[in-house]
Design a protein around this ligand. Structure first.
Ligand code: SF4
Length: 313
C-alpha cells in the first residue's frame, strides 16, 4: 500500500475502473461544472487547476511510485481546460517513457470548445484517450440532470476528439431517464453514439446517492427510478438501436449487476460492436426470461444501497 501522504503526493480519488492500475496524476481539483444532479464526486471542492510546479513534482514522484507504468490517468474531471495542459502531458511522457496510454476525463463541451486542432496538439503531446460522460443522448434527460450539454454538443465534442485522433470512451448512465423517459433515453443515447462512433461505450447504472441533488427529485416524485428489470430492458433497447463500428461495449462497474437470493445472476454485457451485438441481446433476453419466472427477490445496486447494504459506489 502506497502512503501518498508521506510522499506529499496529491492523490486523485476518482478514476475509471479500467484505470485501476494506471499511474494517477492530479492536474486539477474538482469539476468546473459541478452541477449534475446525480453526481456527488466533487461537491465539496471548488474547481482549481494546480500549479505547474506542483503537478510536475507529483509526476516526478509518481514515476517512482508507479515505476515502468504503461498507463497514466490525468485527474480530476476536466483538466484539458487548463492552458498549460500540453506542457503537463509532455512532462508525463518524459517521466513515463514506457507509457502507451495516457488518458483523461473530459467534458464534451470542453472538447467542442477546444476543437480538433487544439486537441491534435494535446494528442501530439501524448494524450491517447478521453473518458467522456455522455450519460444520455436524450435532450430532456440531459436538461433534467443539469448536465449542461446538449446532445448536439455531445456529438460535436465527441467528433472533435475523434478527428484529433484521440480514442473516445463514452459513459452511458443506465436509468438516467427514470420511468418517464426510459425509451427516449435508450433510443437517443444510441442515436448520439451512432453519430459519433466512439471507440468504447461503458455502461454505468444510476444509483441515486444520499446527499445528491437527484435524491431531492426522487423524494419529490420528479424522478422515478426504474426497477432492475426495467433497467435491463433499457440496456436491451440501447443495444438494439446501436449501429456503431469497431466499438467495444463494457459494463465494467458493479452497479450493473443484478442479484437473486444473494447471488449475482447478471454482470452486464460486454462485446465488440457490431460483431457481438446479437450475443449481447441474447444474454439480455435470457436474463429477462429468467427474471420473469424466478422465485425470490430481484435486487440491484439501487435497492442494496437504499437498504444500507452498499455504502460506496
Ligand atoms: S458528472 Fe462530471 S461534469 Fe457532472 S458534475 Fe460530476 S464531474 Fe462534473
Amino acid at each position: 500500500m502506497i502512503d501518498n501522504r508521506t510522499l506529499d503526493y496529491d492523490f486523485p480519488p476518482y478514476r475509471p475502473p479500467n484505470e485501476a492500475s494506471s499511474a494517477l496524476i492530479r492536474a486539477s481539483r474538482g469539476c468546473p461544472w459541478n452541477k449534475c444532479l446525480f453526481c456527488t464526486m466533487y461537491k465539496t471542492l471548488k474547481f482549481k487547476p494546480r500549479s505547474a510546479e506542483d503537478i510536475k513534482r507529483d509526476i516526478d514522484k509518481a514515476a517512482e511510485i508507479y515505476k515502468g507504468a504503461k498507463t497514466v490517468f490525468i485527474a480530476d474531471s476536466d483538466s484539458l481546460v487548463m492552458k498549460n495542459i500540453v506542457d503537463i502531458i509532455q512532462h508525463i511522457k518524459l517521466r513515463f517513457p514506457d507509457s502507451d496510454r495516457i488518458t483523461s476525463y473530459a467534458r464534451a463541451k470542453t472538447l467542442m470548445k477546444l476543437g480538433s486542432e487544439r486537441l491534435k496538439k494535446i494528442k501530439e503531446a501524448g494524450l491517447t484517450r478521453v473518458h467522456v460522460g455522455l450519460e444520455s443522448g436524450d435532450k430532456k434527460t440531459l436538461e433534467f440532470m443539469q448536465k449542461g450539454v446538449t446532445p448536439e454538443e455531445m456529438i460535436s465534442g465527441g467528433k472533435a476528439a475523434k478527428r484529433a485522433g484521440l480514442e473516445l470512451s463514452f459513459y452511458i448512465l443506465i436509468g438516467a431517464g427514470g420511468k418517464d423517459r426510459l425509451e427516449e433515453h435508450a433510443v437517443e443515447s444510441a442515436r448520439v453514439c451512432n453519430e459519433v462512433n466512439p471507440d468504447f461505450m461503458r455502461l454505468r447504472t444510476l444509483v441515486v446517492q444520499h446527499g445528491s441533488l437527484l435524491e431531492e427529485k426522487k423524494n419529490s416524485g420528479d424522478y422515478k427510478p426504474t426497477s432492475p428489470i426495467e433497467k435491463l430492458k433499457e440496456v436491451r433497447m440501447l443495444i438494439e438501436n446501436l449501429e456503431v463500428n469497431h466499438c467495444k461495449l463494457a459494463s465494467d462497474h458493479f452497479t450493473n449487476n443484478i442479484w437473486v437470493n444473494n447471488t449475482v445472476v447478471y454482470k452486464g454485457v460486454y462485446g465488440m460492436l457490431p460483431q457481438e451485438k446479437q450475443d449481447m441481446l441474447d444474454i439480455l433476453d435470457r436474463t429477462l426470461d429468467f427474471l420473469s419466472v424466478v422465485e425470490g427477490e430481484v435486487l440491484d445496486a439501487t435497492i442494496l444501497y437504499d437498504r444500507g447494504m452498499i455504502h460506496s459506489l
